[in-house]
Design a protein around this ligand. Structure first.
Ligand code: FES
Length: 169
């Protein structure tokens, strides 16, 4: 077997390519990791946040509850205060409605329109919703109020999760 000789030029080429590749990878890896970090972070959509309400506090009358959820916007961490209208429906199911009007995003209130008692009312453009969140026809909103996912903690505390479409109307 003949020895395969490596010329000085080939040796330098291999060495420079290897060291250069290693240095490029060392610089690029942190940059790529930094760029895609939000994608790699687990989504918080399945998380529930405890409120001040207990299941035993609930009645058929909607109660306004505010709670704070952690927000992650790329690399910026903050907190957002959210509001829900929580009550038990006629079947005893807990309903937590989002107060965000489906017309142009104002905040609805419960039972504040004297002409339409026991309705959610949006005073921006007189939007009206029945108690289950269904938009009243011939008022500006074109869809029902969204709902929060609801979970009850072992201590009876109401926990609210992601907002989803209101399928109960
Ligand atoms: S934003 Fe609520 S009715 Fe227009």
């Amino acid at each position: 077997m003949g020895k395969q000789r490596v010329s000085r030029r080939q040796f330098l080429n291999y060495t420079i390519t290897g060291v250069g590749g290693f240095m490029a990878a060392s610089m690029l890896m942190p940059m790529v990791r930094f760029a895609i970090d939000p994608v790699l972070t687990a989504s918080a959509s399945g998380d529930f946040t405890a409120t001040d309400l207990k299941e035993s506090d609930l009645t058929s009358e909607p109660q306004r509850v505010s709670f704070t959820v952690p927000q992650k916007d790329a690399w910026y961490d903050s907190e957002e205060t959210r509001i829900a209208w929580v009550f038990k429906d006629e079947d005893g199911e807990i309903v937590a409605l989002s107060p965000v009007c489906k017309h142009l995003g104002c905040v609805v209130d419960w039972n504040t329109d004297k002409n339409n008692p026991n309705h959610f009312f949006c005073n921006c453009h007189n939007g009206l919703y029945s108690k289950n969140g269904k938009n009243v026809p011939n008022t500006p909103p074109l869809g029902p109020l969204d709902v929060y996912r609801v979970e009850i903690g072992s201590d009876g505390i109401i926990k609210l999760g992601a907002i989803e479409a209101n399928k109960g109307v």
